[in-house]
Write a protein that binds this ligand. Structure first.
Ligand SMILES: [Zn+2]
Ligand SMILES: [Zn+2]
Length: 121
C-alpha cells in the first residue's frame, strides 16, 4: 500500500486493545461445536460412503470447506492422521468469531487447552 502524503499519522491505534484478564471471573464462554470422531461429525455421521471417513466432516454443514487440525498438536504430527484417529473437540474462539479452536483427545493437547480455557468437562 502506498502512503498518502496528505494524511496525518494517527495517534490512536486502529482498534481498541483489550486487556486480557485471567481469573475465575474471566473464564471466557466458549461455544462448543459438534465433535469430529475419526473425521466424522457426531451430528451428521457418514454423508457419502465413497468418501474416506476422515474427510466426512468436510461434507457436513458444520465444517464444510474447512481443513480441521488440532490447534495444539506439535508440527511433527500429521494433521490428517490426527483427524482420522482422534476425537476432535471443536470450539468457537472466544475472542475471534472467525477462528475455531480444535483439540484432539490426546492427553497433552487436552491439558494445554484446559490450561487456557479452564473448560469444565
Ligand atoms: Zn456436521
Ligand atoms: Zn492434538
Amino acid at each position: 500500500m502506498a502512503n498518502d502524503p496528505g494524511t496525518v499519522p494517527q495517534e490512536a491505534p486502529r482498534h481498541q486493545r483489550q486487556v486480557e484478564r485471567q481469573g475465575v471471573q474471566a473464564v471466557p464462554f466458549v461455544q462448543r461445536l459438534p465433535q469430529v470422531r475419526g473425521g466424522v461429525c457426531e451430528f451428521c455421521g457418514i454423508l457419502d460412503k465413497n468418501v474416506p471417513s476422515e474427510q466426512q466432516y468436510k461434507l457436513c454443514p458444520h465444517y464444510r470447506g474447512l481443513n480441521l487440525r488440532c490447534s495444539y498438536c506439535d508440527e511433527t504430527k500429521d494433521p490428517e492422521e490426527v483427524v482420522g484417529h482422534a476425537v476432535l473437540n471443536v470450539y468457537e474462539h472466544p475472542d475471534n468469531p472467525d477462528k475455531l479452536v480444535v483439540v484432539c483427545d490426546s492427553y497433552t493437547c487436552t491439558q494445554k487447552h484446559e490450561a487456557r480455557f479452564r473448560t469444565s468437562a
